[in-house]
Design a protein around this ligand. Structure first.
Ligand SMILES: NC(=O)c1ccc[n+]([C@@H]2O[C@H](COP(=O)([O-])OP(=O)(O)OC[C@H]3O[C@@H](n4cnc5c(N)ncnc54)[C@H](OP(=O)(O)O)[C@@H]3O)[C@@H](O)[C@H]2O)c1
Length: 254
């Protein structure tokens, strides 16, 4: 059986997608700049997606691709590495190329990362590849890490006017592992957590389970990400709810 290539295999989503695919008996090849673990059925290619040699090794014997590699804090890098990957798959027989994206991109174009993701989606759609774009909302850990960064001493200061619907990354990984082994679907329905919540509530629950003391305050925070998230822009109009709710994830990972 041909292998599945997972780019960004060492990332929080990539690790779990690889685990799911291996459990289902699928051969996996992974690419990331950091070396990955060793496991039966897994071939790790350590290298940069911008390198032709890395791509050649990573794509050898592969018929399906899950593209997860990202550098959210380095504008232009995702477009660059995706272009390199697209160039490398062009002359190969790829039965299914799956790209992981983010809910609400069209409404959040004030943030550079979201602009770049939307441009990547556009390029993929016109690439002629047999493609599925799978969007989801923010992962629980992303929201938890963000709340950590917004905490100074006992106070967590969150942006006003933000609603999120965070999702459990393991549930997204389970879904992606199934999607890539199926037929190309174009754009799939978004994946999300069960319900949208104000960031103030998410923060209060996080406080209760993590910090235990202190308080949550809210104020306008003039950052592109928080501006982009205004008016429920990050909450999908329609989505498939998957995984544990935020509160249960907090309880069970505390
Ligand atoms: N995090 C969220 O809340 C969220 C929500 C919805 C959708 N998504 C999407 O899901 C995907 C995966 O996100 P994630 O949170 O799992 O990301 P992550 O944990 O930051 O992992 C990113 C991965 O990309 C690899 N990478 C970065 N630059 C590379 C390069 N030049 N060459 C090779 N590998 C490279 C990294 O490995 P090395 O550093 O070792 O190279 C790492 O394995 C992204 O497309 C993201 O936009 C994320």
């Amino acid at each position: 059986m041909d292998a599945v290539l997972v780019t960004g295999g060492s990332g929080q989503l990539g690790r779990r997608v690889i685990g799911e695919l291996l459990e289902q008996g699928r051969a996996v090849q992974a690419i990331s700049r950091r070396p990955g673990p060793q496991a039966a059925g897994l071939t790790w290619v350590t290298g940069d997606l911008n390198s032709a040699a890395t791509l050649q090794r990573g794509l050898d014997g592969v018929s399906r691709v899950v593209h997860l590699a990202t550098q959210p804090l380095r504008p232009g890098k995702d477009l660059q590495m995706t272009s390199a990957l697209l160039g490398a798959v062009q002359d190969r027989h790829i039965e299914h190329f799956v790209y992981m994206s983010i809910s609400g991109l069209e409404r959040m174009q004030g943030a550079p990362y979201y602009r770049e993701k939307l441009e990547i989606e556009r390029r993929l759609r016109t690439s002629g590849l047999r493609l599925t774009i799978q969007r989801s909302t923010q992962f629980h850990k992303f929201v938890a890490d963000l709340l950590g960064k917004l905490t100074l001493g006992p106070v967590t200061l969150v942006p006003t006017g933000v609603t999120l619907q965070p999702v459990e990354v393991s549930a997204v990984a389970r879904c992606l592992a199934q999607v890539v082994q199926g037929a190309p679907a174009g754009q799939r329905r978004d994946l999300s957590g069960p319900a949208p919540e104000a960031i103030e509530l998410l923060a209060r629950q996080w406080h209760r389970h993590r910090a235990r003391t202190g308080r949550v305050a809210s104020a306008p925070i003039p950052l592109p990400l928080f501006r982009a998230w205004q008016h429920s822009a990050a909450v999908p109009e329609e989505a498939e709810p998957v995984g544990r709710p935020w509160i249960r994830w907090l309880q069970e990972t505390a």
